[in-house]
Ligand binder design. Structure first.
Ligand code: HEC
Length: 218
């Protein structure tokens, strides 16, 4: 009886997770690597062209983006910045929240931290998850965000290319949002490897010193 009780307590979080609808069959893994600079550059290009009209990135600066993605700052100013913002400015837009609420039902949220809030897999699945639904005001609904207020702004792009190419572009775009949500990620991982390496090397002198100090005690 006691064992059964313990087993039930252990399983409870799983049961709660299942009941909470945490699983959505439309959520798939993001097929892109944060180390792929070309993918990130394509994602940045797509973001400023297709998303920034409505969404800003208040924690991201043009200059930082250019430096991290290996784009010369003047090139970034020309091709990624369509405003009068200086390179050191944050990537905000000027959409008025009250107005956009009227147009879409909800204001477009800032996307700086979106990939951390929802996860990259969620964002990717959302971007490839739009489908035709005439009952919606803009003619589209979404598999992972039912009744979403955002119009399917990539509809023309999706219709103009193969499914593989469209998915590739959405993966690049999501990859870029993942980078923006944590620009130091690659550096953090690189430093982590050095720290582990250092601890591994330090282990040996420490181990032999301990052996030396304790050899007469036994
Ligand atoms: C025409 C304006 C518009 C454009 C352009 C647009 N969005 Fe949106 N987006 C919205 C609105 C409005 C919402 C909020 C929808 C809601 O809450 O019902 C939204 C929501 C989202 C969400 C979900 C936010 C959440 O609640 O977690 C994501 C992710 C997103 N947009 C990504 C993008 C990306 C990526 C692009 C560029 C391809 C883009 N959007 C372009 C208007 C827009």
């Amino acid at each position: 009886m006691k064992k059964l009780f313990i087993a039930l307590v252990c399983l409870f979080p799983l049961v709660a997770y299942a009941a909470g609808g945490g699983h959505n069959e439309h959520i798939v893994k993001l097929p892109a690597s944060p180390k792929d600079t070309v993918s990130l550059q394509n994602g940045a290009k797509l973001f400023v062209n297709y998303c920034m009209g409505c969404h800003g990135m208040k924690y991201m600066r043009y200059e930082r983006l250019a430096t991290d993605l290996g784009i010369p700052v003047d090139v970034a100013q020309q091709y990624l910045n369509f405003t009068t913002d200086k390179p050191g400015d944050t990537m905000e837009n000027s959409m008025v929240e009250a107005e956009s609420k009227k147009w879409f039902g909800n204001a477009p949220p800032d996307l700086s931290l979106e990939a951390r809030l929802r996860s990259s897999d969620w964002v990717y699945s959302y971007l490839i998850g739009f489908y035709k639904d005439e009952s919606r005001p803009y003619g589209y609904n979404n598999h992972v965000f039912p009744s979403v207020g955002m119009p399917h702004v990539m509809a023309d792009m999706e219709a103009s290319m193969s499914k593989e190419d469209f998915h590739k572009n959405m993966a690049d775009l999501t990859n870029f949002l993942g980078y923006a949500a944590e620009p130091v990620r690659l550096e953090r991982e690189r430093i982590g490897v050095y720290v582990l390496l250092f601890l591994f090397i330090l282990f040996w002198p420490a181990y032999f010193m301990k052996k030396e100090y304790w050899k007469d005690v036994h």
